[in-house]
Every structure is written in structure tokens, then in C-alpha cells.
Design a protein around this ligand. Structure first.
Ligand code: NAD
Length: 555
């Protein structure tokens, strides 16, 4: 039935000319293209956007079918995507989503990488990660504010609010991990980022996320020491394998203040290179003997975590950055792998309690002036939010757009609806030249169940309750988002998470105004409700103060 199509080179589409029957369908098409623009995606020829094998479509045949369907989709129709393949179009209505997606969802008993890989090989599945398969990835900027907030909170808790004079050691300079060096230098610290793939290091230098690179550990340590002693911010990409380099740094007794990691440890077959293997050897082994590959990479991850634990014992602040590396090490027999905490309970949960999370928007015109106008509006709407203003100053100075111009801003309950409606008005008045796509990461306050990450150590023990993620997708569909998604396995891999995505298009119409107000209220409202239900005081107070209607919330 399906013919083989060669990989295509996709670039982000800009301008005011429509090829679809409405801006909503056009927005989905442009965001699909944007996800695969070589400036944005990590391996666009394989449809891989980021996060190991996080893809935008199942294969090139499915990609073209999605493209074609979006071009002909009517304003009252909805296309269904099953793991990256369009499987049906139904008549719905004008305020219903134009696209509904379910990616990588497996029945719980079968929810493991072995079964997924079998289905993937047969062409029956695709790994959607979080924003890859739900068409709202915006390059490393999408994570940089969250990473910045995490390091800022770490600095508040431990170093009087700045990382100046400290050295952070991490690994992985991929799509998301590539935000780490910039987030550390924005907090005035020094970062050594170990990465096995030289092209990834170069990409971060080209996009100004990383300051400098070396393949010599001696040189990396010298540069780091000098910058630390001078109180200068500096990020260094070090070519090497973390499972080896970290032990060598320990052996030399070099003082590291903070240790974390963003290799794609969630996927032992595709995301992590075992120690002793060059990149080319790893690619070969992966093909020839995947079982042996997984055995070796899991073993290396265990050794990597042992090094992190050793750093912790020596006084470094160590935390897991959401890639499930502790779980892999634990399964390999490292009994104390969970001795260091995950970043959500350690630094982020109080924000989630207020419905705060990674709100983002993208200018479909492709004109960066539209984002400048939106930035100005944000400053005008939230003059009291000093953290946000500081973030905008830094983002405007340091962030290079990848693909369509976009902005990330962590906003909470109430703020998101306010900003969304303001953007819609700006589109209507012509202050912004074309419609704007508004969405978020799945890593948000009310959209994810992930016991080793977003819902780690919940106050009431409800870490593994998946209902919240499903309810999030259901309410956002009912409220009229433009495309809504349910995914499994994002961030931490098969069997470890369920999560939902939301995108809503501000095209300046009254239809959009109604939908924006509903979706941008229900979506962060779910975050407040989820955390209030778990007994967090901040969430309970937010619900009471802001009028989130929670039937069983006690007075
Ligand atoms: P990616 O696949 O694009 O990048 C991973 C990088 O790790 C690659 O560049 C790879 O070459 C490198 N790598 C692999 N093995 C290595 C080793 N042994 N030593 C050094 N480098 C090695 O993935 P990404 O999008 O950057 O995401 C990284 C991880 O972070 C994923 O597990 C993802 O799920 C997780 N994540 C965390 C957050 C968060 O906010 N904490 C957000 C998104 C993703």
C-alpha cells in the first residue's frame, strides 16, 4: 500500500500566503515544517526532531499524507494522527481541534522499549517524545528558560542567587541538553559539557548556546578553573564520553560544584553511547547487535551514575535532569541510584503549583518583528514580574531564533489567558503581521504523569496516577484547542510517562478569542487542580485566590 519516498529537505515556511483552507490548518502545516527545518531538528533526514528518536511523522510517506490532508482539510474537520500517521478525517465543528494526535501509546503491560522497537521496526509506531510528534518544538529555546529557572533556583538555594565562581559539570549537548551551557552562563557560572558527537558541539556554538570547545580534558579544566577564579561566565564543550570523563575528573580530585546530565539516557538503544566506543563504532553495533548495544550502554550509564554519586559524596550538588538515568543505573544494580533528587521536586514544583510552566508562541509570518512586538506586550502586561522581565532582557540579547521566530515565557494561571488574548488582539489589529501559534511543552504543571520526573515524590504518593494527563487532553479538546495530543514515554522512555500537549492558534478572529480564553484557562488550571488535589498549599491557595473551581477542596 505505501510506497517508499526519499527523504526531503524541509524548511520553515514564512510569509502571508496560505496553501491550506484556513490559518489553523496552515499553522499545523507550518509547525510540522518548522519541526523539521535543519536549523531546528537534530536529524531531519530521518524525521528526528530531538530527544533520541523523537519524530515529527512516522515516515516520509506518512509525512506527505499529513501534508496533503492539511492542505485539503476543511474548517469543520478534524484529522486523526496515530503515532505519526494520518489515519482518519471526521467532520466535527469549527471550534473543535483541527488535529488530534496520539503518539507512542502502548497498553501498560506492553509498554517497554523491546515491544516498542519491534512495532517501530514493522512501521507500526513512532516515538513522539514531547513536542516532536506534537509539532510545537522551537529548538533549544523551548527548554532554555526552564533550564535557566532550574539553575537560578539551585543558585538561590545554595549560592546567594548566582552561580558566579562555581563549575557545573554535565553531559549531552543535544536538542534540549544544548540549553544547559547558556542557562549556566546566564546564571554567571562556568559549565563543562561533555558530548561524544562533535557535530552537536559545533551546532551549539553556531547557535550561540555554547562559548568554546576543546577535545582536551586538561584544557577544559584549565579554562574552567581560570574563569571560575576570575568570576567569569564561560561554557565549554568537551568532546568525550561522560562515563569515562567523569571518573577521570574524580581521579584528579578536581573540584566540581554542581553535577547533572542530559544525555538521552531514556533510550538505551538510540540515546546513549557506551564507553570505549567511537560514534561510528556505536552506530555499527546498534545495527548489528542491538541487544549487546543496550547491555553495554546500560552498563556505562550505571558507571556514569556511580560517578555522579561519588561527586555527591565529595560535596557537589547533584541532580537528575529528567532523562531517567537513575532508573537505568538502579536496574543495573546501583542500589543507591536515587540518592540524588530529580530537578522537579528539588527546584520546579512550587512553580507548577501556581500553574506556571513553559508557555511559548511562534510567529507564523517568520518575521522576528512580530516576536519583538509580543515581547513588548509581555513587558507591558506583567510589569511586576521581575523574573520574567530579567528573562526577556537575556533572551532578547542572547537567544538566536531557530526556524520560525518564537518566544518561551514561563507564565502561570491567569497570565497565560491574558497573554494569549493580547496576542490575538495584536493579530486582529495588524500590530502582529500574521497569526501566532501558542502552545507549550508537555513538561508542564498539569499535563504529565512521570514518576521519575515531573511527578516524582508527590506529597500524597500519587506519582504514577496517569488520569491527570488524560484529563488534560480531554478538557483542552473540549475547550477547543487547535491540535491536542496524548503521548507515552516522553522524557524518560517507554513505560515511565504519560503526557499531553496543547496548541491553540491566535488568528485574530472572535472564534479564536473564545477558544484561547477557554484553553489557556483550563490548561494551567489543570496544573493548579492536580497539585491542590495532592495537598500542596501553594496550589490550594492559588485555587482559592484565583477561583479555580475544585469541588472537594475544603474551605
Ligand atoms: P538528544 O538525543 O538530542 O541529545 C542527547 C545527546 O547526548 C546527544 O548529542 C548525544 O551525542 C549525547 N550523548 C549520548 N551518549 C553520551 C555519552 N555517553 N557521553 C556524552 N554525550 C553523550 O536529546 P535532548 O533533546 O538533548 O534530550 C536529552 C535528555 O534530556 C533526554 O533524555 C530528554 O528526554 C531529557 N529532557 C529533559 C528535559 C528537562 O527539562 N529536564 C527536557 C527535555 C528532555
Amino acid at each position: 500500500m505505501s510506497r517508499k519516498i526519499a527523504a526531503r529537505k524541509i524548511t520553515a515556511k514564512k510569509g502571508l500566503e496560505l496553501e491550506c483552507k484556513g490559518w489553523e490548518q496552515e499553522a499545523a502545516l507550518r509547525m510540522l515544517y518548522n519541526n523539521l527545518d535543519p536549523e531546528v531538528a537534530e536529524r531531519p533526514e530521518d524525521l528526528v526532531v530531538y530527544g533520541g528518536i523523537g519524530k515529527a511523522a512516522r515516515n516520509w510517506e506518512a509525512f506527505e499524507a499529513i501534508e496533503e490532508t492539511l492542505r485539503t482539510l476543511e474548517k469543520d474537520e478534524t484529522m486523526l494522527i496515530q503515532s505519526g500517521k494520518p489515519v482518519a478525517v471526521f467532520r466535527t465543528h469549527e471550534e473543535a481541534p483541527r488535529v488530534l494526535l496520539s503518539n507512542s501509546v502502548l497498553v501498560p503491560k506492553w509498554a517497554n522499549w523491546d515491544h516498542f522497537n519491534e512495532l517501530d521496526k514493522k512501521g507500526l509506531m513512532m516515538y513522539g517524545q514531547m513536542t516532536a510528534g506534537s509539532w510545537i518544538y522551537i529548538g533549544s529555546q523551548g527548554i532554555v528558560q526552564g533550564t535557566y529557572e532550574t539553575f537560578a533556583e539551585l543558585a538561590n538555594q545554595n549560592y546567594d542567587g548566582t552561580l558566579r565562581g562555581t563549575i557545573t559539570l554535565t553531559a549531552g549537548l543535544g536538542g534540549m541538553g544544548g540549553a544547559q551551557p547558556l542557562a549556566v552562563t546566564m546564571n554567571e557560572g562556568v559549565a563543562i559539557c561533555v558530548e561524544v558527537d562533535p557535530t552537536r558541539i559545533q551546532k551549539r556554538i553556531d547557535t550561540r548556546y555554547l562559548d568554546t570547545k576543546t577535545d582536551s580534558l586538561d584544557e577544559a579544566l584549565r579554562m574552567a578553573e581560570k574563569a571560575r577564579d576570575n568570576g567569569e561566565a564561560l561554557s565549554i564543550g568537551l568532546l568525550g564520553n561522560a562515563a569515562e570523563v567523569h571518573h577521570e575528573i574524580l581521579r584528579r580530585k578536581f573540584k566540581i560544584d554542581v553535577v547533572t546530565d542530559q544525555t538521552s539516557a531514556h533510550d538505551p538503544l538510540n540515546g546513549y553511547v557506551p564507553e570505549g566506543y567511537s560514534l561510528e563504532e556505536a552506530v555499527k553495533l546498534r545495527e548489528l547487535d542491538p541487544k549487546e548495544y543496550v547491555r553495554l550502554s546500560s552498563r556505562s550509564m550505571a558507571s556514569h551514575v556511580e560517578a555522579m554519586l561519588e561527586f555527591q559524596k565529595n560535596g557537589s550538588i547533584v541532580f537528575d535532569y529528567g532523562n531517567n538515568i537513575r532508573q537505568v543505573a538502579f536496574d543495573e544494580g546501583v542500589d543507591n541510584a536515587f540518592d540524588f533528587p530529580g530537578f522537579v521536586p528539588a527546584y520546579i514544583r512550587p512553580l507548577f503549583c501556581e500553574g506556571k510552566g513553559p508557555f511559548r508562541f511562534v510567529a507564523l509570518s517568520g518575521d522576528s518583528k512580530d516576536i519583538e512586538a509580543a515581547d513588548r506586550k509581555m513587558r507591558e502586561l506583567f510589569p511586576e514580574n521581575e523574573k520574567l522581565l530579567r528573562w526577556l532582557d537575556m533572551a532578547q540579547e542572547k537567544i538566536a531564533f531557530q526556524g520560525l521566530p518564537a518566544r518561551i515565557a514561563w507564565l502561570g494561571y491567569g497570565e497565560r489567558a491574558k497573554m494569549g488574548l493580547a496576542l490575538n488582539e495584536m493579530v486582529a489589529s495588524g500590530e502582529i503581521s500574521a497569526p501566532v501559534v501558542i502552545g507549550r511543552d508537555h513538561l508542564d504543571s498539569g499535563s504529565v504523569a512521570s514518576p521519575n520526573r515531573e511527578t516524582e515524590s508527590m506529597k500524597d504518593g500519587s506519582d504514577a496516577v496517569g488520569d491527570w494527563a488524560i484529563l488534560n487532553a480531554l478538557v483542552n479538546t473540549a475547550a477547543g484547542g487547535s491540535w491536542i495530543s496524548v503521548h507515552h514515554g516522553g522524557g524518560v522512555g517507554m513505560g515511565y510517562s504519560l503526557h499531553a500537549g496543547m496548541v491553540v492558534v491566535a488568528d485574530g478572529t472572535e472564534n479564536a478569542q473564545r477558544r484561547l480564553e477557554r484553553v489557556l484557562t483550563s490548561d494551567p488550571g489543570m496544573g493548579v487542580a492536580r497539585h491542590a488535589d495532592a495537598g500542596y498549599d501553594i496550589a490550594i491557595d492559588t485555587a482559592k485566590e484565583r477561583g479555580v473551581n475544585i469541588p472537594m477542596l475544603k474551605e
